[in-house]
Design a binder for this molecule. Structure first.
Ligand SMILES: O=S(=O)(c1cccs1)N(Cc1ccc(F)cc1)Cc1ncn[nH]1
Ligand SMILES: [Mn+2]
Ligand SMILES: [Mn+2]
Ligand SMILES: [Mn+2]
Length: 374
């Protein structure tokens, strides 16, 4: 058969291009300091060979999700323009994710709601049905895309702006995220990693609108471990702070981390603000008897299509769910579903984000989501 060609916009499933099921490896880093021995350790290479075959770890699922992420975001970076609505931007990205990862549910597909966070808003905003927001020239938008294959989530984000005066802010945050990626490693203390990220971030100042601002890390946000079908590993999850802390928790072999940093010209703190779009069933949700029929039927839909993957209200709409808000709020009140409202710094501030997913393999560190764009 003739060699398959990717469409524009990208919609051809990736198994057409990798028929042997072997997907591109991410950016490989050798471990530093007293872990350099891992590169050639027979024992660690053997461990890895077993893991490569093990359907549980499936390196190939992580890498298929990452390749999907690269193709979808590269098209998004080329085509997103002021004048577009956030709804059409989100739907275009999600259509690409579903088509390339070749799934629309628990097997593969959207890993979590497409974040389209504008200006002072840093995370967890996605348009709900009826949202008419139009992207403007002066906006700085954080695009946070999630792709999963067999529950292995690729969580990576970038910032778009069309005003050159924001370039320094984007540089600062990109540098801080790359510090986090470079310094991450087995046995590295999370609190110390936060200090290194903070140092890089705070070494920048930016001039916007004739005013000079120090770039502040958003202290309540940070990186996190990712487990199968669990975007932040629940109570067992680890957190990578953006400032120095005394946490003695360490990174471990086999950990799968999202390394993300956020910089702001505002207070460096975010609060919950505006209508919620992001929800996820808790990993260890209590098994409480549900009296509300709408909550019961909604939970069935959630279990069937998302499991413990985060979902957006728009995904309930497209599944034909109607009048679900009462049931959804009831599931939240019962502690079965967690809501994740938008997280915003003060009005008038500008925030930026860059994020990659890294895999602390036995022999090396693999930045699975690295592309030639960021
Ligand atoms: O802020 S988090 O809740 C968190 C960070 C550390 C421990 S928990 N969050 C995880 C998450 C929650 C809900 C989602 F729908 C998607 C992701 C980080 C994040 N948001 C987007 N990309 N990465
Ligand atoms: Mn195109
Ligand atoms: Mn993210
Ligand atoms: Mn993340």
């Amino acid at each position: 058969p003739s060699k398959p060609v990717q469409s524009d916009p990208p919609r051809v499933g990736l198994s057409q291009f990798f028929p042997d099921g072997v997907y591109p490896v991410g950016e490989i880093h050798e471990y530093k300091d007293d872990n350099t021995w891992r590169t050639t350790s027979e024992e660690k290479r053997h461990l890895e060979k077993l893991a490569m075959e093990d359907p549980e770890t499936t390196y190939e699922s992580i890498r298929k999700a990452a390749e999907t992420h690269r193709l979808v975001r590269q098209h998004a970076r080329k085509t997103i323009r002021p004048g577009m609505t956030l709804t059409e931007i989100a739907e275009e990205i999600e259509a690409g994710v579903r088509a390339l990862s070749e799934g629309d549910g628990l097997e593969a597909g959207v890993g979590f709601p497409t974040g389209l966070n504008i200006n002072n808003c840093a995370a967890h905003f996605s348009p709900n049905a009826g949202d008419k927001t139009v992207l403007k020239m002066g906006d700085i938008m954080k695009v946070d895309i999630g792709v999963h294959v067999k529950g292995r989530i690729c969580d990576s984000a970038f910032t778009l702006s069309w005003a050159p005066e924001y370039d320094q802010l984007l540089e600062a945050v990109k540098a801080a995220t790359n510090t986090g990626i470079r310094e991450a490693g087995i046995d590295v203390r999370l609190g110390e990693l936060g200090g290194l990220i903070q140092e890089t971030m705070e070494s920048y100042e930016v001039e916007i609108g004739g005013k000079v601002y120090p770039v502040k890390p958003i202290s309540s946000l940070g990186g996190h471990t990712i487990l199968p079908y669990s975007i932040h590993g629940g109570s067992k999850g680890k957190f990578v702070p953006l400032v120095k802390t005394n946490s003695q928790m360490r990174m471990e072999e086999g950990d799968y981390f999202a390394i993300e940093t956020f910089g702001s010209t505002g207070t460096g703190r975010v609060d919950e603000h505006g209508e919620c779009s992001h929800y996820a069933k808790l990993y260890n949700a209590p098994n409480v008897p549900l009296r509300l029929t709408s909550a019961k039927s909604l939970l069935k839909t959630i279990n069937k299509h998302f499991g413990t993957l985060p979902f957006a209200r728009r995904y309930l709409d497209r599944l034909g769910e109607r009048n679900y808000l009462l049931g959804l709020n009831n599931l939240v009140a019962q502690g079965i579903v967690q809501d994740y409202p938008p997280l915003c710094d003060q009005i008038g501030s500008m925030t930026a984000q860059f994020e990659h997913t890294i895999f602390l393999r036995p022999t090396c560190k693999e930045v699975v989501s690295r592309g030639d764009d960021y």
